[in-house]
Ligand binder design. Structure first.
Ligand SMILES: [Fe+2]
Ligand SMILES: [Fe+2]
Length: 198
């Protein structure tokens, strides 16, 4: 699948991240948890006056998928002797969230959906890369399996944003967001994290 991302992660990123597989799994588990929470938070933030037909179903589907991913990743983590940390930071996502025009009603909603789509698209790109590079067969299988699920989420969030009533210029906003994401991802520090820099 062609992702619209404007910065292509090099293979060297995956090789470096995989040097600390447990730390990578821990970071990954937290991201799945946050993704589930994000979908549940969006569940009742549908555009006024009534939710589009597929809104609630889309959000519950994403939340359920992410909880499933969380279960798989945390199981692998503990089986390999790792531990889920209590706290977690994701500067990449925090910086993307700053792009959301808070308090602007439909504008805020479109931005939230687009940021969600961006995070899914970037995760998708990175899972594909990890799946190719990883020499550990069990982990390679995990990453290859997640790729298609996150690709589906990316398409769903973008589709919901484009279908929003009362919002024009979603394409322009998406174009700006894609540019901003390419800068933000490159500013991240390197390390065993899904959204780290190079
Ligand atoms: Fe996921
Ligand atoms: Fe996802």
């Amino acid at each position: 699948m062609d992702l619209p991302l404007r910065y292509q992660t090099p293979e060297s990123w995956a090789k470096l991240a995989l040097k600390q597989p447990l730390a990578l799994l821990n970071d990954h588990a937290h991201l799945e948890k946050k993704a589930a929470g994000n979908a549940l938070e969006l569940l009742n933030r549908w555009p006024q006056p009534v939710p589009p037909e597929n809104w609630v179903q889309a959000m519950t589907t994403v939340a359920r998928d992410e909880v499933e991913h969380l279960a798989v990743v945390t199981r692998l983590l503990s089986r390999r002797g790792g531990k889920l940390t209590r706290t977690h930071q994701n500067k990449y996502a925090a910086q993307l969230r700053k792009l959301v025009r808070m308090g602007t009603g439909p504008g805020e909603l479109v931005d939230r959906l687009l940021v969600s789509a961006l995070i899914e698209a970037r995760s998708c790109e990175r899972f594909a890369l990890l799946g190719e590079v990883c020499e550990d067969r069990e982990l390679a299988k995990l990453y290859k399996g997640l790729w298609s699920s996150e690709a589906g989420h990316y398409r769903m969030f973008l589709g919901l944003a484009k279908d929003l009533p009362q919002v024009s210029e979603v394409d322009d906003r998406w174009d700006q967001m894609l540019d901003a994401e390419a800068v933000i991802i490159q500013e991240q520090l390197p390390g065993p994290r899904m959204h780290s820099g190079v």
